[in-house]
Design a protein around this ligand. Structure first.
Ligand SMILES: Cc1cc2nc3c(=O)[nH]c(=O)nc-3n(C[C@H](O)[C@H](O)[C@H](O)COP(=O)(O)OP(=O)(O)OC[C@H]3O[C@@H](n4cnc5c(N)ncnc54)[C@H](O)[C@@H]3O)c2cc1C
Length: 431
């Protein structure tokens, strides 16, 4: 294992994907109808869907494709958004929330379809088990009933015995099972979407940072270190990685870090399912068994974007606190990733009406929603479809700059405290 402080530490995904050739950087002046900035899943899906609709499209990625969140996440694909549907409905009303939920389902189905006819090693397992860390069957059942009634989302209730048959830990009580969810290797998936985009005619440039975007006589001129791209429409899909390239959206997005560790292959009997698993903590854990029995464990969120020291041991402590029987599992990989969040926790999808578009801020729920966002924007550009307008109530509001960041971090600490209080209450009740 490389040391915790080794910044060159690769992710498990990089170690198990085949990137193939590196795409060339942009040099000279290139013309395309649409320029997509950002080669994460939002940008890649937008490029694919535009190319499929016969548009000439060029994508600029400042580093390697899916080198940021899109190629280093938990790999869980499920319906919904980073924000809970109760809060979404509270803001826009139930009917509008239903329409948004259907769009999120559409994103999940897109990913499922694209995988089905491709590399069989992308899909890694089915179903999502969500366990709660305190004893409250009534609350869990009410949540399941509300999702069925309001959104037609089927979830199965698991009682304490069901949960503990699959997950041998006294930390968990009741749970729900989502049969419509699945999990996958996100980097292999992103590379597959890139290959399909190129096959459909898209141009992809790696190591090509968009430095500025300026109005030109018939559209926009995007400048890069080695050249320029002239286009009619430009789509910003840069998440929180570059908040300067398009200030109106950049100032509305906050970087939030989350962390993942992958153990050595384990011989264990604590986790007895290949489902994706998460727990009810507000700043919760998400994990799954991958390949040769390695445990891929994600958790902790902070507004600090640098990797905390001793990341691997911190995540190891976290997993052993839930499954002490794992002993002292060796951590072979540990990494952080940056998510982009808007203040309302919903994606930012829209346009300025002048040929500038954006699909970003997917937060911690981007595997289905980046697909959805890419499809909505490509349909809007290529077919004047206006379904993207369903996201207008979730405008790019200013996050409050550095003070906003402090406020969000305080919010996370408050969430963590509430998690601990809920769990302590449950332990007292059980004693
Ligand atoms: C550790 C982790 C775990 C997660 N787990 C899950 C999960 O299990 N399920 C789920 O649904 N979601 C999960 N997410 C969230 C999900 O990964 C993101 O929402 C999604 O990948 C965001 O995709 P994106 O394309 O918007 O952004 P990114 O993937 O961040 O891509 C943005 C890209 O833009 C490029 N870029 C930035 N500026 C420029 C520029 N000026 N010029 C050119 N290129 C530029 C960057 O290099 C980057 O490649 C997780 C995220 C993290 C970090």
């Amino acid at each position: 294992m490389k040391s915790d402080s080794d910044p060159s530490r690769a992710t498990w995904y990089e170690a198990t994907a085949n990137r193939g050739h590196s795409r060339p950087g942009l040099s000279g002046t290139v013309e395309a109808e649409v320029c997509v900035i950002g080669g994460g899943l939002a940008g890649l899906t937008t490029a694919l869907e535009l190319a499929r609709r016969g548009r000439s499209v060029a994508l600029l990625e400042s580093h390697r494709l899916a080198g940021a969140a899109s190629g280093r996440n938990g790999g869980f694909v499920s319906n919904g958004f980073a924000e809970g549907m109760d809060k979404v409905a509270g803001r826009v009303g139930l009917e509008a929330a239903r329409a948004l939920y259907r769009l999120s389902q559409f994103g999940t189905e897109f990913v499922r379809r694209e995988i089905a006819d491709s590399d069989p090693t992308i899909r890694m397992g089915d179903g999502w088990l969500g366990a709660i860390r305190y004893d409250n069957a009534a609350e869990k059942q009410a949540g399941i009933a509300a999702m069925a009634r309001d959104y037609g989302q089927e979830l199965q209730f698991l009682d304490v015995a069901d949960v503990r048959r699959l997950l041998d830990t006294a930390r968990y009580f009741q749970g729900s099972f989502d049969p419509s969810a699945f999990h996958m290797h996100p980097l292999r998936y992103a590379l597959m979407i890139a290959a399909k985009s190129e096959a459909a005619g898209a141009l992809i440039f790696e190591n090509t940072r968009a430095q500025s975007v300026e109005k030109a006589s018939t559209g926009w001129m995007v400048s890069t270190p080695g050249g320029a791209l002239r286009c009619r429409d430009v789509v910003y899909c840069v998440s929180a990685i570059d908040r300067a390239i398009h200030r109106p959206v950049g100032r509305a997005i906050l970087p939030v870090a989350t962390y993942v560790a992958v153990t050595e292959p384990l011989v264990q009997d604590a986790i007895r399912t290949r489902n994706a698993i998460s727990d009810s903590r507000r700043a919760g854990n998400y994990y799954r068994l991958v390949d040769e029995g390695r445990l891929l464990w994600g958790g902790a969120i902070t507004t600090r974007v640098s990797e905390p020291l001793r990341l691997a041991s911190r995540l190891q402590r976290d997993m052993v606190s839930v499954y002490p029987q794992l002993g002292n599992p060796r951590i072979d990989f540990a990494w952080s990733g940056i998510m982009g969040y808007a203040r309302h926790f919903m994606p930012l999808i829209g346009t300025d009406g002048q040929g500038q578009w954006w699909a970003t801020a997917f937060g911690g729920h981007g595997m289905n929603t980046t697909a959805m966002g890419g499809i909505l924007i490509s349909r809007a550009i290529a077919a004047r479809d206006d379904e993207y307008r369903r996201f207008l109530p979730f405008a790019p509001d200013w996050t409050g700059g550095p003070l906003g960041r402090v406020a969000v971090q305080l919010g996370y600490w408050q969430m963590q405290l509430r998690d601990r209080l809920d769990e302590a209450r449950a332990r007292r009740k059980a004693a």
